[in-house]
Design a protein around this ligand. Structure first.
Ligand code: SAM
Length: 281
């Protein structure tokens, strides 16, 4: 079953958190003059037009990236991210939003490479179109991203960021994220792994968070953002998290500024808040 289309959610609060952190991680990799790979197990379409089609339907970006668009007081990591989104909107108006693979493409240097997996036929086609000019440095496969991850680890340059961003439409994704990471850490222990997950009123979320914290890595960081009080009927996403294995030491400090700022700018009611935890094993 593949009913999830990311276009409905492009640029929402969860994308802001995810892509700001993704960009910080890639900027960190770029501090060294050594190549890296970026692996995106669930890549999506790559780029989204916000004012038309699916994205315009619920206009989730209006309570996400749009709330940061005119702000002049952004903390550095958010300023860098908004500047990257601006590069897709040269007329200054917010029309286009880059998904995770296009965020990575903007930071790519000569020797760096992208490995992208996207199962949905329509989004795979759109992704391939969006990467038409970056073919030499990118391999895009219409295959299961968890199996795809196994096939690319360890990456030849022994430096990589892996983003795992499944739709969690299928409850088995919660368990598969953990088994995929257990396997990945055996193949490539020093990689940076970033997992996105939604905040929902489901026991699977607490179980996933607890399981992520027990994985055998050097250190982990958990950054969570809630934008509203969980709904009384138990439905809907009230926030999301990025969980990073082997994070760079600079990330915690950057997020100490970013997360309170996002609570203030994207928070919708008194239930807005954040979590920032880091553990060295
Ligand atoms: N990472 C993207 C971004 O931040 O721009 C968004 C990805 S979206 C949350 C999840 C994507 O995974 C959807 O485009 C969906 O079609 C795709 N998908 C679902 N199951 C998959 C699987 N087993 N392997 C690869 N892609 C899958």
């Amino acid at each position: 079953m593949l009913s999830y289309r990311h276009a409905f959610h492009a640029g929402n609060h969860a994308d802001v958190l995810k892509h700001c952190i993704e960009l910080s991680l890639l900027d960190y990799l770029n501090q060294k003059d050594k190549p890296w790979w970026y692996v995106d197990t669930h890549a999506g379409a790559g780029c989204y037009e916000l004012t038309k089609g699916y994205a315009a339907k619920n206009a989730e970006y209006e309570t996400g990236i749009a709330r940061l668009w005119e702000r002049k007081d952004l903390p550095p990591a958010l300023g860098r991210y908004v500047e990257l989104v601006r590069s897709f909107n040269p007329d200054g108006k917010l029309h286009f939003y880059p998904g995770s693979p296009l965020v990575a493409l903007q930071t790519l240097r000569e020797e760096d490479r992208l490995r992208l997996f996207e199962l949905h036929p329509s989004d795979h086609t759109l992704l391939a179109e969006n990467f038409a000019e970056a073919r030499k440095k990118t391999i895009i496969q219409q295959t299961d991203g968890f199996a795809g991850l196994r096939s690319v680890l360890p990456p030849p340059p022994r430096r990589a960021l892996v983003l795992i961003d499944p739709p969690f439409e299928d409850k088995s994704d919660y368990r598969t994220v953990i088994t995929a990471l257990q396997d990945a850490l055996k193949r490539f222990a020093t990689g940076i792994y970033a997992v996105w997950f939604p905040h929902l009123q489901r026991r699977e979320i607490a179980e996933l968070t607890a399981a992520l914290k027990t994985l055998p890595c050097k250190s982990w960081l958990h950054a969570g953002l809630n934008v509203q009080t969980p709904s009384a009927d138990g439905f809907g996403m009230h926030g999301s998290s990025m969980f990073i294995l082997n994070p760079p030491w600079t990330l915690h400090q950057a997020l100490q500024e970013v997360l309170p700022y996002l609570v203030e700018s994207l928070g919708q009611d008194k239930g807005a808040g954040y979590v920032l935890e880091q553990v060295e094993n």
